[in-house]
Design a binder for this molecule. Structure first.
Ligand SMILES: [Zn+2]
Length: 202
């Protein structure tokens, strides 16, 4: 929504909000005008939070989850099971699985899925790093917890083939997860059951 009537600084924020997922031009305008009317501290807090989001976080050099300290708290937690590795697409999937409270092993975040349509190949994901971890680690079971989508399934299949030479049991979350649904939008009870009922891939 380009509008010459609006001051440039107002239009700029509207444009920035519009670029965010799920935010249309109307919502972008509403948010911008809300901030215009809000107390100075509120917009200052928001801009500070956005600034620190990038400068204070990095990827864990071990599991590639988002963290403020490297290695991340999950990787440095001695109480977790070193024989179990759960492979997920995105950091939010770790949050979803942690919420279900049935899993106490380690994680590995791929940062996406293989998608020929979008030009994403295995080398664009943290797959070489995953194989390295399995080579060097004591993992007995690797849970391929990619989403139940076409890309998630084919990524799991690809990983299954790549990990075949290693002596690890490979499992996939039980069906019952909504097909085409993302892990992060699955409620914790369903996700907990899918984790507990995971099935071996052969
Ligand atoms: Zn980590």
């Amino acid at each position: 929504m380009t509008n010459d009537i609006l001051p440039r600084s107002v239009q700029r924020l509207i444009d920035e909000f519009s670029r965010l997922p799920g935010i249309g031009p109307k919502t972008a305008s509403r948010l911008t005008f809300f901030l215009l009317r809000a107390a100075n501290e509120q917009s200052a807090e928001l801009s500070e939070a956005v600034r620190l989001l990038k400068s204070s976080t990095r990827l864990c050099s071990n599991c590639f989850n988002i963290t403020e300290i490297d290695p991340c708290p999950t990787c440095s937690d001695d109480a977790r099971d070193d024989t179990l590795l759960c492979v997920v697409e995105e950091p939010l999937d770790v949050v979803a699985i942690e919420r279900s409270r049935v899993y106490l092993g380690r994680y590995h975040v791929l940062h996406g899925v293989i998608s020929p349509v979008e030009g994403v190949g295995p080398d664009d994901l943290k797959i070489a790093e995953l194989i390295q971890r399995i080579e060097n680690g004591d993992f007995i079971e690797v849970i391929l917890a990619t989403n139940a989508t076409l890309e998630g399934d084919s990524t799991a299949l690809y990983l299954q083939r790549r990990l075949m030479p290693y002596e690890v049991k490979m499992t996939r979350l039980a069906r019952g997860l909504p097909v085409g649904g993302d892990l992060e939008y699955t409620d914790e009870v369903t996700l907990g059951r899918a984790m507990e009922g995971r099935q071996e891939l052969i």
